[in-house]
Design a protein around this ligand. Structure first.
Ligand code: ZN
Length: 295
């Protein structure tokens, strides 16, 4: 397992962590100030300052992208809705490519309308079928431009509205169904379809170690860290800073690295009431300190 105690070269900042700091250009300047080498930006943040400006800043600051957030949200009630989702995912692939991201992260979606608080269906099986078909169609395009897709299983508390894929095992079943591994492996290359392991979503899973091992080097495309606070006050926006909660992050990172993952530990904290209210320099200094001590 890599030693993170001496520096933060393997720290990536998911730019949602600094949503309180304002527009993305300001966030990227702050990251550069703190010697951050990698980021994972969100599409809305990129759109707000423009792709051209974002790409120029990424280049001038010498930043790598540990991922691009996000594609997905495939399920819909009708063919037109499914088509819209596929078109949007194609654009997300193109944007990820323009920024040379390691992967496009997929939050796959679930019951149509649920995210807006008005589920139009309670057919989780139909949602899963749409997710399968949506990923398969998007993968075809993503492969043609060379952009890996990372399915991010979300905690089951989001099963109705954000993702009907809730465990690494379930994500890997999808990977194996849609993009079976070639008989002869592996030159160390990333698979075109894999998983994003976010400790916030999967830390509780009794099968976690085995499923991470099963994923292997080629399907482990991203590793996200934050912490699970007790109590958690908000289902979406009360993620903790690493070390402030109950997730054994080093143990999980050990499993991920034992499987061959050698990429960034990406800090992704949604925190309306705490970290988003603090100055960006304090947030980044804390991310760096915790990365060195508890990740
Ligand atoms: Zn994540």
């Amino acid at each position: 397992m890599r030693d993170f105690s001496a520096d933060h070269r393997w720290l990536s900042i998911n730019t949602a962590t600094l949503r309180g700091a304002g527009p993305l250009d300001r966030i990227l300047d702050a990251c550069a100030r703190h010697g951050i080498r990698a980021i994972s930006p969100w599409r809305d943040q990129v759109a707000a300052i423009g792709m051209k400006k974002c790409a120029a800043l990424v280049k001038s600051h010498g930043l790598a992208l540990s991922g691009y957030c996000r594609g997905g949200m495939f399920p819909a009630m009708d063919a037109a809705g499914l088509r819209l989702a596929l078109d949007d995912n194609r654009r997300a692939v193109d944007e990820a490519k323009m920024l040379d991201a390691t992967c496009l992260v997929l939050v796959v979606g679930s019951l149509p309308g649920a995210l807006a608080g008005k589920p139009q269906s309670n057919d989780l099986f139909a949602a899963r079928r749409d997710v399968h078909d949506g990923i398969a169609a998007t993968l075809e395009y993503a492969k043609s431009v060379g952009m890996p897709l990372a399915i991010e299983p979300l905690h089951p508390m989001y099963a109705a509205d954000r993702a009907c894929v809730n465990t690494i095992e379930q994500a890997l079943e999808l990977c194996d169904a849609i993009d079976p591994r070639p008989a002869s492996t592996s030159n160390g290359a990333l698979a075109p379809l894999g998983v994003a392991v976010d400790v916030y979503h999967i830390w509780w899973d009794p099968k976690l170690e085995a499923q991470i091992a099963r994923a292997g080097r080629d399907r482990l495309l991203a590793f996200h860290v934050c912490d699970w606070l007790v109590p958690t006050k908000d289902l979406l926006n009360d993620r903790g800073m690493m070390g402030d909660g109950v997730i054994e992050i080093p143990r999980i990172r050990g499993w991920v690295e034992a499987a061959g993952f050698a990429g960034y530990s990406e800090v992704e904290i949604f925190s309306t009431q705490d970290w988003w209210k603090r100055p960006e320099d304090e947030v980044l200094a804390t991310c760096i300190a915790r990365h060195r001590t508890v990740v």
